[in-house]
Every structure is written in C-alpha cells, then in structure tokens.
Design a binder for this molecule. Structure first.
Ligand code: GLV
Ligand code: MN
Ligand code: MN
Length: 462
C-alpha cells in the first residue's frame, strides 16, 4: 500500500478540495476545469452537488459533556480518577462506555482479550478495517484526559458519521483497549505478545492479569484467537493528550506524533540483612535501603550522562520489614527506562545492572533484576503524518511534529498497519496526576482532526 498511499495522498488532496464547500474551493475547481479545457490537461471533475453541504464536524459540547460524565467513574477527592484496570470503577466505566457506543449506533462487543471493539461496516467488504480509539483505564490517582479524550472522541466521530449518513469504504473499528496503563495489555494481545508470565503478574487492581481479563469479560486461555497479523488493518489512528508541555508552551493546538518511545520495566530486589537498629554498629550493617538509595542516584546519573531524550525513573520503593528500629533487610524497587531507540534502552540497562553489582559488593547486599515489561519503540507512518497535518491545515490549525515520551497502544498497532497519532495540548504539561487538563476547545479541535484524518485515510489507503 506504500506507493498507492503516497499517490493517494495527492489524490486525496484534490478529493478534499472537491469536498470543501467554501467559495474558494469551488472557484478553484471552476478555474481548473476551464484550464483543463484550454490546455487539454486531464479534466478535474466539479464538486458533486450532494457534497456541497456544511463540512463535517463533531458535536463539541456533547463530546466535552461525555468527558465530564466519564470522570465520575473512579473519581477521587483530588479531582482526578483512580480507575486502574480491572477495578470496579474500570468495569463500571466500561459498561457506561458500551452504552455510549450504542447511542452512537455502534454495536460493541468485548473481545477475548477484554478489549471493547465496535465495528461499523464499510462499502467495500474486501477492505481491511481502519481502527481508531484509545483506553479508559488510569494510573492510580490519575487525571481525566489520558486515554479518555481519544476514546470519547473516537465514539463521537463514529456518532457524527452516523448522524450525517456517511458510510466509509473501509469498515471502521472503534476500540477501547484494556489495561493500557499496566503495560498495553489489550493491544499486546492483538499482536500476540501477552505471555503466560505476563498473565501471572499482579496488576494494580490486586488481581493477576489473567483474573483481570476474566473480570472484564475476556478469556485469558483464548488470547491466540484475537491475534492479528501485519496487514490485517488498513491503518490505526489515535488522538491523545500530549502529556508533556511542548504544545501548551508554544501555543500550538495540534501535535503530529513522529514516534513513540520504547519502554523497559524491571522489578529490582535489593537483599541485605535485617538487624537491630540500636545495637548494630554502622560499619557492620547490610542496609538494603541505603544500597537502594545509591541505586536511585545511579539510575539518574547513568541516564543523564549522555545527550538525548532518554529518561529513567525509580517510581516505586518498599523497604522491609519497614520499622523505624530495624535496619531494612530487603527493598523492592521498580526501574523504568524509555527512549525512541531500543538499543539505547538496553545499553543503559546493562550499565545500570553492572554498576548496581558494584554497589552491592561495597555494601554487602545483592541486586536482582526481573524484567516485567518491554515495549518496542515505534515510528508513526510518514504518510499518515501527512494526512493528519493536512486535516489540521484544512481546519486552520497549526501543527508541530513531536515525539511521544509516553507509551501508547498505537505502538503495538504500528506492527499491524500504518499508524498515526494526534496530540492535543496538556495544560502546563501535567499528566498522570489529578491536575491533568486539556481545554475543551483543544479536545474538540483534536476530535475534528481525528475525523478529517480518518476520512482522508479511508480515501487513500488500500
Ligand atoms: C502510559 O501512559 C505511559 O506512558 O506510562
Ligand atoms: Mn494514555
Ligand atoms: Mn497514561
């Protein structure tokens, strides 16, 4: 589909001109037709009369109202949500969102991996589906926009198409992926990468991933049946909040995502020797927490020791047994590394693991690492980036191409077909926190760019 998509993009531009109703577009078509007669260039067809209607736009107030409605599920006192995957709040929000899909004339079902999928038939039964959507699970004490904006906008786009009687050539699939925040579990199932070991991991809800999938209506023993292969989708689009501060700082309403970082997660265990905090001299201790403190500093030092956008975080720590009068004998930590280059993540990890061993030798402790999640980085498809930029331009919205430092289900979908992501500004770059905010007008702009990109993709991909 590569060349045809590139050619198609040009074709789509002329199609878009036909579709646009404003006087300028119409005049341009007339002039082109006159020029064609005079010069003998290929004839450009005039805009059919039935296309001369107001351009399609989503219902902005309805979309923002649905964001407010969704924020009730798992609402926390800080003003955000704690709607971790497989919690009661997650299950209730999923039921609500399936009702919203029905109101959008969609027929949602839960696939065997627990993703919510609604298919809308197209006119060409042989065409592969265009998939678009996001997620509605949150991190603990998260905000009301991460995942929600893309999920609700996808449903709003489908509803707008239904109301306007637009039937695309490709079938459309609106998807709400399950457990994005716990390691892209739902989208990884689609690419066949959820292992038995993953299923046994405990999620933030307290349930194992396997039990969690059962809890939301999937079947962890039949994940092979949801697996898709490269080429099984015509394309994937996801609208998302930026979660960083670039667009907000530069007053740019639309981000065109260049690529999504790869992510590695490890559980790190530091083992020392628990002993009496009053009677053990300072030079005879095997203090696991002191070694862990040095480890945290090591992660920061290693990641910042070379130029680039790589980031490294220790986000979780637990000291055992956890009493003021006991030297900690064991510490459990998390390590996370991110970059657009998978080889760099691996190199940083190797350095950290080697240096941690040195800290262990010097402090009479041992470090062990267990990898719990690895997501490959993914570049978006340059031609889809073009579609998104064109859609924004036709709405008079400025764009900026930027990388995503956050992980997204889109990086798995890039393995199945051409992928593109649209970003909208996050006020002050705050995300994964209750103060996360995207302004209502930015949400609506993003949804309209999603709608325009989707229609353009429908016209241009095979
Ligand atoms: C997902 O939001 C992530 O980047 O952790
Ligand atoms: Mn997200
Ligand atoms: Mn997130």
């Amino acid at each position: 589909m590569s060349d045809s998509l590139a050619r198609g993009t040009d074709h789509a531009r002329s199609m878009e001109e036909k579709h646009v109703t404003d006087r300028r577009g119409f005049t341009k078509s007339c002039l082109a037709a006159i020029a064609a007669t005079v010069t003998g260039w290929p004839q450009i067809r005039l805009t059919p009369r039935h296309l001369l209607q107001p351009p399609i736009r989503v219902n902005g107030p309805r979309l923002n109202q649905s964001l407010t409605d969704l924020s009730r599920f798992g609402a926390n006192p800080q003003g955000g949500v704690s709607r971790v995957a497989y919690s009661d709040a997650d299950r209730d929000a999923r039921a609500w969102i399936m009702d919203l899909m029905r109101a959008a004339k969609l027929d949602p079902r839960i696939d065997l991996a627990g993703n919510i999928v609604a298919r809308r038939p197209g006119t060409d039964a042989s065409a592969k589906p265009i998939v678009f959507g996001s997620h509605i699970d949150s991190v603990p004490e998260g905000g009301n926009y991460d995942g929600d904006v893309g999920s609700l906008s996808a449903i709003e786009v489908a509803r707008t198409l239904a109301e306007r009687g637009v039937v695309t050539r490709h079938p459309l699939e609106v998807v709400i992926f399950q457990n994005e925040e716990g390691g892209l579990v739902g989208s990884r199932a689609w690419i066949g990468e959820v292992t038995a070991r993953d299923l046994a991991l405990t999620s933030r809800s307290g349930k194992t991933i396997a039990d969690g999938i059962r809890f939301i209506g999937g079947d962890p023993t039949r994940l092979a049946e949801v697996r898709r292969s490269p080429g099984d989708i015509a394309g994937y689009l996801e609208l998302h909040i930026e979660q960083g501060g670039t667009l907000d700082r530069e007053h740019i309403p639309i981000g065109v995502v260049e690529g999504i970082v790869g992510i590695g997660w490890w559980d790190v265990t530091v083992t020392g020797f628990a002993n009496h905090a009053g009677t053990t001299p300072m030079n005879e201790r095997h203090d696991a927490l002191l070694a862990a403190a040095k480890f945290i500093e090591l992660v920061n030092r290693t990641v910042t020791s070379e130029p680039g956008r790589q980031v490294g975080t220790v986000g979780r720590i637990q000291a055992l047994p956890g009493a003021p009068n006991v030297i900690p004998g064991q510490v459990l930590l998390s390590l996370e590394l991110r970059d657009l280059d998978a080889a760099k993540i691996e190199r940083l990890y190797q350095t950290i693991a080697r240096e941690a061993e040195r800290i262990g030798t010097e402090s009479g402790t041992t470090f062990t690492f267990r990898e719990t999640n690895r997501q490959a980085p993914a570049l978006s498809d340059p031609r889809v980036r073009g579609l998104i930029a064109d859609a924004a331009k036709s709405l008079g919205l400025a764009t900026k191409v930027l990388p995503s430092g956050a992980g997204h289900d889109a990086q798995d979908m890039a393995r199945l077909g051409p992928m593109g992501m649209i970003f909208v500004p996050s006020v002050a770059g705050v995300s994964h926190a209750p103060r996360e905010l995207t302004r209502p007008e930015d949400v609506v702009n993003g949804a309209n760019v999603l709608l325009g990109s989707l229609l353009q993709m429908d016209r241009t991909v095979a």
